[in-house]
Design a protein around this ligand. Structure first.
Ligand SMILES: NC(=O)C1=CN([C@@H]2O[C@H](COP(=O)(O)OP(=O)(O)OC[C@H]3O[C@@H](n4cnc5c(N)ncnc54)[C@H](O)[C@@H]3O)[C@@H](O)[C@H]2O)C=CC1
Ligand SMILES: O=C(O)C(=O)Cc1ccc(O)cc1
Length: 308
């Protein structure tokens, strides 16, 4: 698909891209760049690309596609560094979890002769670094583009084809809408997880060893999210501030209402709410079924929870 792809940042997302690009043969040459010499050396040991540099400007030279996969707070600095070295006609994209802030940081640096198309694969784990990536990460996951007005349709089509060949489904969205949706479906769950695990860790009357020993699966699910990369999530919180604060305000109101129902023994209210939320999970499973199941053998693949 491309002569040369440059990957700036080679952590979980960058290294997953390197692996799927190699497997699907999406580029003749993959150049890799990251700030830390240790991470770069590890990427080279893993054989993730063809050339390696701690200079992002060096790595993007002659690249047809540049993918910036760094914490969102670093995207402006990276854009400034790579701008003078970008080839005319190159597609520049990113994978950041927030879009309004990344656009505000990167687009002022983007020369008129490149196609800057912001993107966000909704695929990840709590792990980070080049060892954590895997080629199947993007399989059957959404990749959302938030194109700027006047984006070249041919460049958008080419980038869409790239993500489709990485296994993703494509959607496009306005950046503000993206940030609002992601605040509730991704950013708030992580913040809640960091908070509950922090609260448990602070408890004086329950020892840490008891928290570990008796953690049921509910708490364990939170500890997975709360083990996510601190730099990445600090940056997400700082760079999607308005949408996150809006969702946190709604969340706190709803939590207060739940608290009141428990205090006053309002079982009907609790039961009704828990019934409503149960239906949300069912809808998610049903939607996943539409995406995951191949056209053939659909009957045989109906999920047990859907059959119930
Ligand atoms: N981890 C996840 O589940 C997901 C993360 N994202 C987004 O992808 C981006 C990358 O995240 P991960 O790969 O998970 O992080 P990571 O921590 O695994 O990797 C980040 C990489 O960026 C490099 N880096 C940091 N600052 C840099 C700078 N100024 N210049 C050059 N390289 C720099 C690091 O050395 C590392 O190679 C973030 O913007 C994140 O919001 C998007 C979807 C899922
Ligand atoms: O590990 C998980 O459950 C995630 O939610 C991964 C994730 C983290 C950040 C994103 O922007 C997208 C996906």
């Amino acid at each position: 698909m491309f002569e040369k792809i440059a990957l700036v940042g080679i952590g979980l997302i960058g290294s997953s891209l390197a692996r799927v690009i190699a497997r699907e043969k999406l580029a003749r040459h993959v150049s890799i760049s990251t700030r830390s010499p240790q991470t770069l050396a590890r990427a080279q040991e893993l054989g993730l690309g063809h050339s390696y540099s701690t200079s992002a400007a060096e790595a993007v030279k002659d690249a047809d596609l540049v993918i910036v996969s760094v914490p969102v707070g670093s995207s402006g600095a990276v854009a400034e560094e790579i701008a003078p070295a970008l080839k005319s006609g190159a597609i520049v994209t990113d994978v950041g979890s927030t879009k309004g802030s990344v656009i505000a940081q990167m687009s002022p640096h983007m020369p008129a002769h490149v196609h800057f198309i912001p993107g966000h694969p909704l695929a990840g784990t709590e792990k980070s670094g080049p060892d954590a990536g895997f080629a199947d990460l993007f399989q059957n996951r959404w990749c959302i583009f938030t194109p700027l007005p006047g984006t070249d349709p041919a460049a958008l089509a080419k980038l869409s084809e790239f993500w489709l060949r990485c296994g993703s489904n494509i959607d496009t969205m306005d950046p503000d809408h993206h940030d609002m949706v992601l605040a509730i479906v991704s950013h708030l769950p992580h913040i809640i997880a960091y908070n509950i695990v922090g609260t448990a860790d602070d408890l004086q009357t329950v020892t840490k060893s008891e928290v570990i020993k008796y953690s049921a699966s509910g708490f364990r699910d939170f500890t997975r999210l709360a083990a996510s990369d601190p730099t990445m999530w600090r940056d997400v919180c700082l760079h999607n501030k308005d949408a996150i604060l809006e969702m946190l305000a709604r969340f706190s109101e709803d939590l207060a209402s739940l608290q009141r129902a428990i205090r006053w023994g309002d079982g009907e209210k609790l039961f009704d709410m828990f019934t409503r939320t149960r239906a949300v999970r069912r809808s998610i499973i049903d939607a996943g079924q539409e995406i995951d199941a191949p056209d053939f053998g659909r009957q045989a693949m109906v999920h047990p929870e859907k059959q119930a």
